[in-house]
Design a protein around this ligand. Structure first.
Ligand code: ZN
Length: 203
């Protein structure tokens, strides 16, 4: 399986990183080895001094798909979840300024925290979900999926025109404003509406 991550999908987050708002979705990958399983600790890598959390709504692909039209994209996922796209922001800044790929900043081991999933039908509208992150009990990041620049169906359609989607692939749909650094012994708890989807420690 692969992780497909959407960059700059919330205008306020693009602004906080002083990035422009894209006219088409921007995506990148994390490999399967990036997975941190549900509620296991996240280990800060020794090569970064500035690891940021990015809380993101996750979409789990349920079948093989290629060149999917936006109209049929909803048939390619049943489950919605919440996760963290950990990012070595110091390395990412260097990659961007040197015009280099982002992998060392985004695809490192453990960088994809995957929380619980629930059936999308448990929500009345997947494009109107509130979600937030508690860092040591304080609300530090919150968003609503209605603020996505590119909604889930557009992401699935767009990505599938370049890359075949497979059952079990997970899409990180982008992060709202409020990203920040983590340190050892931080506790991160993620919520969609009032339900906790992950609860783990940083080590
Ligand atoms: Zn992200």
């Amino acid at each position: 399986m692969k992780f497909i991550c959407i960059g700059r999908n919330y205008a306020a987050h693009a602004a906080e990183l002083q990035h422009s708002v894209p006219s088409e979705p921007v995506f990148f990958f994390k490999p399967e080895s990036a997975l941190t399983r549900l509620n296991r600790p996240f280990f800060i890598p020794d090569f970064s001094n500035e690891v940021h959390y990015e809380t993101e709504i996750l979409v789990k692909i349920n079948r093989l798909g290629k060149c999917i039209s936006e109209k049929f994209a909803h048939k390619y996922y049943d489950e919605i979840g919440l996760g963290v796209d950990f990012t070595a922001r110091d390395l990412q800044r260097n990659c961007i300024s040197n015009g280099e790929p982002w992998e060392i900043a985004k695809a490192f081991d453990g960088s994809a925290v995957v929380g619980e999933f629930v059936n999308k039908n448990s929500f009345s509208d997947v494009q109107n979900l509130n979600f937030h992150l508690l860092l040591n009990g304080q609300n530090v990041q919150s968003g609503n999926t209605s603020e996505m620049i590119f909604p889930i169906d557009k992401i699935i359609s767009y990505v599938s025109h370049f890359v075949t989607l497979k059952m079990g692939d997970i899409i990180f749909t982008g992060t709202p404003a409020g990203v920040g650094t983590v340190k050892i012994n931080d506790r991160l708890q993620g919520f969609i509406e009032d339900n906790c989807f992950f609860d783990f420690l940083v080590k």
